[in-house]
Design a protein around this ligand. Structure first.
Ligand code: SAM
Length: 265
């Protein structure tokens, strides 16, 4: 089969794909961009085929690329061959990946989360930094968590920067988004421990008796976890700060918490 070839930077499909770098466009289309064969392989392993697969003219033959092309076509998507300048323009990089995929965003409704499916889940209040969010999604996946719940106004997990930082884990864990009020109501029926993280907590992060599944709440990068959410936790804990730094980076603190919770499972 001969795939469509696009060479013009002003082609409408190229413009539409480029526009996915903007949140407004991602929200209205429900789509996002993932760059590189590794990401596309992760997606295929999770049964997710791209709507569009853009393949650079210079892309080398690879069995995974053949699989990606076949899966895209089988799912009703399109494979398009594009020039290097088009890949540069879309990815906004001088050395773009030679394969880009456009995928549907998938959010798991809170009501569809099955707490017992994993020993640990993460909830983030108003996370602002896409790199932090992507790193947390990747770390949650690595530690064996079931998913990440975004409370209130959080950064977009499907932004290009966040997706890059997930290294493909964006396809592997459940991602939910909710308001604070909805979260507080839903939390009432959580079957295990709900653990908040606060710098003013008196319990150490290893001291709290933990019942799985654990739900770990992490706060905003500047303001920390709000009093309202901290009050809804069974216990609030602190990771010791032994030097001059007064707090840890949010993603690092999440990594420490989720490994402590899953190691204890
Ligand atoms: N000034 C903020 C505060 O007072 O909480 C600092 C926020 S910190 C950069 C971002 C988040 O990382 C916190 O809300 C908490 O969830 C987590 N965190 C960072 N350091 C922590 C620590 N030592 N113990 C527990 N949680 C921590």
């Amino acid at each position: 089969m001969t795939d469509r070839l696009i060479t013009s930077l002003t082609n409408d499909t190229v413009k539409n794909v480029r526009a996915l770098n903007m949140r407004k466009e991602r929200e209205s289309t429900g789509q996002f961009l993932a760059e590189g064969l590794k990401f596309i392989g992760e997606a295929l392993d999770q049964g997710r085929a791209p709507r569009l697969l853009l393949v650079g003219m210079e892309a080398r033959d690879h069995p995974l690329l053949d699989r990606a092309k076949a899966a895209t076509r089988a799912a009703g998507g399109e494979v398009i061959v594009v020039t290097h300048p088009i890949l540069e323009k879309i990815s906004r990089r001088d050395n773009p990946q030679t394969v880009l995929g456009v995928f549907e965003q998938v959010y798991t409704p809170l009501s569809a989360i099955q707490p017992g499916a994993a020993p640990c889940w993460v909830a983030l209040e108003q996370v602002r930094d896409p790199g932090n969010l992507g790193t947390i999604i990747r770390t949650a996946d690595a530690a064996g968590c079931g998913g990440v719940i975004l409370i209130d106004d959080c950064v977009d997990p499907f932004s290009t920067e966040a997706v890059r930082a997930t290294m493909g884990s964006v396809f592997a864990v459940a991602i939910a988004r909710t308001t604070r009020a909805e979260f507080l109501a839903w939390r009432q029926s959580w079957p295990g421990s709900v653990i908040g993280t606060r710098l003013d907590a008196t319990h150490g992060y290893r001291d709290a008796a933990l019942q799985h599944p654990a739900l770990i709440l992490m706060g905003n990068e500047q303001a920390g976890l709000t009093d309202e959410l901290a009050a809804a936790c069974d216990v609030n804990v602190k990771i010791p700060m032994r030097g001059r730094a007064d707090s840890l980076n949010l993603a690092i603190a999440t990594g420490i918490m989720v490994y402590a919770a899953t190691d204890a499972a």
